[in-house]
Unconditional design. Structure first.
Length: 587
């Protein structure tokens, strides 16, 4: 009886409104808030200046870093994505090293390395000139770009791999050169396929700019913390920053959807409103392209007037020799780079690394006795422990939220969708502060150790991502199986438990292992609330030793890389085992 009523849309909407009303009633009437909002702090100049202007300046820096780093990421991702398909092994090895190194180490540690360690690789005069060039800003911009570029390289490689090999062979047999094939066949088709995952990386890149505050860049997250420290308006600063990040996420998502709609090939009688909007927005680009085509066509040289210059003739006749010379130069440059890296490693003070390695692995400070939290356990062990706890809890949350996301009942689907979109739309570092300073401490009146606060924040954050993975796995199961289960008399939960989830979980295993790697790397962000994880331990050791940042941060990068890379190999093995064979395209 109740189930039949809940199949009606108006009943679902009433139930949804009732839930919203219950939440509003609880926090407005029953819950003792004991907090007076003062939104005027953003509109009226106070003792320490105008907080609204401070946030706008931070927003300007965030947008600037986002745009520059996105361009760097797209360029480096395209170059290294193509290099990952090269049949010339030194190019392939270099691209693979770049992708694996930057994908398997936390962005926060990379920023620390660029900002604190890299300057010590240069002479003192060059170092001071770097610091005069807004060094922190460019460290954050280039660091975010290189980090995101490693992920984009894999997406672009996968997009090119998805193109049938016959198209590549057909283009070569038609007389097209390598550059023409790449420009007119491969990249247009590949980018049409990879726009959705590229959009996710652009979105992640915007959220990653929040970590620039850790090296002193005055972006939006830094401005939010400055407002909080100057005015003590916790809720106002957190809510405004969250709203701005959500709006930025929505804006990026809209842009990528418009681009994706523009690239779709559809009949004229099936053109949607979104496609019409996209066509209108792209009109200036179309006009510029048409104008350039007309100019090039009008001033082209006719076939009978075309001549081959001596330089062109020389390059055509000696193409193989030039290509061989370029390969030799590349190998020489790569050898010189390896020589520099080897010299740097040989000059390391390994005694400093060895003496501080126990602290990096388990911390145990000051004494490690039973009266301390986890007996003083921290460092790499603390990071692994937090990753295990958070991914275990987030799997349970993600499983139920993902099932709710696929439900037809609006009273279940809409709250689950809202949770996923809100959590995925803000940076993890902001989610950690929400849980640590507001939700646990202020709303639920729970005083717990920062380790558990960070673990809970990571759990709810990755729960949203796992929910999307679960949704994708469930929707990938043929609809006929669900209909057959219903026809057999199985209930919804029996169908999920015995038919859908066993198959979906098998497909989701590689993604879940990848999520554990992400959780392990993102434990570095609990550094901001004082948890003595591997990143915080390295920061403390560096502050104590002062003159060995290169050794300390290189050791930390290696520790993160070893564990992340081993788990990524396991994920690739699972994916290869559970996926059909694919043909590798070589460029």
């Amino acid at each position: 009886m109740i189930k039949r009523y809940f199949e009606k849309v108006w009943v679902q909407n009433v139930a949804l409104l009732a839930m919203v009303g219950a939440v509003v009633y609880y926090f407005a009437v029953i819950f003792e808030f004991k907090y007076d909002f003062d939104w005027a702090v953003f509109f009226v100049e106070g003792q320490y200046g105008h907080m609204g202007h401070l946030l706008l300046n931070g927003l300007n820096s965030t947008i600037t870093i986002t745009i520059y780093s996105a361009l760097i990421a797209l360029a480096s991702g395209t170059i290294f994505g193509l290099a990952r398909l090269s049949s010339f092994k030194p190019v392939y090895w270099l691209a693979t090293c770049y992708v694996e190194l930057f994908r398997n180490t936390p962005l926060l540690i990379q920023l620390f390395f660029w900002n604190f360690a890299l300057p010590y690789a240069f002479p003192e005069e060059i170092r001071f000139k770097l610091f005069e060039m807004d060094f922190e800003f460019w460290c954050a911009t280039v660091g975010c770009g290189i980090f995101t570029g490693a992920f984009m390289a894999e997406i672009i490689r996968a997009g090119i791999q998805s193109i049938p090999k016959g198209l590549l062979e057909a283009s070569y047999s038609s007389g097209l050169s390598f550059s023409q094939t790449l420009r007119k066949i491969i990249l247009p088709l590949a980018f049409r396929e990879i726009i959705p995952p590229l959009g996710s990386e652009f979105l992640n890149n915007m959220k990653n700019t929040s970590l620039a505050m850790t090296i002193g860049v005055t972006e939006l997250f830094w401005s939010m913390q400055e407002v909080l420290s100057l005015t003590y308006r916790t809720f106002e600063s957190f809510i405004v920053a969250t709203a701005i990040y959500l709006l930025l996420s929505l804006f990026i998502a809209c842009i990528m959807n418009i681009v994706n709609e523009r690239l779709k090939i559809m009949p004229r009688d099936q053109i949607t409103i979104v496609r019409k909007i996209a066509d209108t927005l792209f009109l200036p680009i179309d006009w510029i392209t048409a104008g350039l085509e007309y100019v090039f066509w009008h001033f082209r040289t006719s076939p009978e007037q075309k001549t081959v210059s001596p330089i062109t003739r020389f390059f055509k006749s000696s193409f193989k020799t030039v290509l061989l010379g370029a390969k030799i130069l590349f190998i020489a440059a790569l050898g010189y780079l390896l020589y520099l890296l080897g010299s740097a490693f040989l000059n390391f003070n390994y005694e400093i690394i060895w003496n501080n390695l126990p602290a990096l692995l388990i911390w145990r400070f000051p004494g490690g006795d039973s009266s301390e939290f986890f007996m003083g356990l921290g460092g790499l062990s603390g990071s692994l422990l937090m990753a295990i706890f958070s991914i275990s809890g987030s799997f349970i949350i993600g499983l139920f939220i993902g099932m709710g996301r696929t439900a037809k009942n609006n009273a279940i689907k809409i709250p689950c969708t809202l949770y996923i979109e809100v959590v995925r739309g803000v940076p993890l570092v902001l989610v950690i502060l929400w849980f640590y300073q507001v939700i646990l401490d202020f709303v639920f009146k729970i005083e717990i150790h920062a380790f558990w606060a960070g673990t809970i924040a990571l759990t709810f954050f990755f729960g949203a991502y796992i929910a999307e993975t679960v949704r994708g796995g469930i929707e990938n199961i043929p609809a006929g199986q669900v209909e057959a289960a219903k026809a057999s008399g199985l209930s919804y939960f029996q169908t999920m438990r015995k038919i859908i989830l066993p198959q979906a979980l098998k497909q989701m295993l590689p993604a879940l292992v990848g999520m554990f790697i992400a959780a392990f790397k993102d434990t570095s962000l609990v550094y901001i609330i004082g948890v003595m994880d591997l990143t915080r331990a390295a920061y403390a050791i560096n502050n104590r030793t002062m003159i060995y940042p290169f050794e300390i941060y290189t050791a930390v990068i290696i520790l993160y890389f070893i564990f992340s890379y081993v788990m990524s190999l396991y994920a690739k093995r699972l994916e290869k085992k559970l996926s059909p064979e694919s043909v590798r395209i070589e460029m």
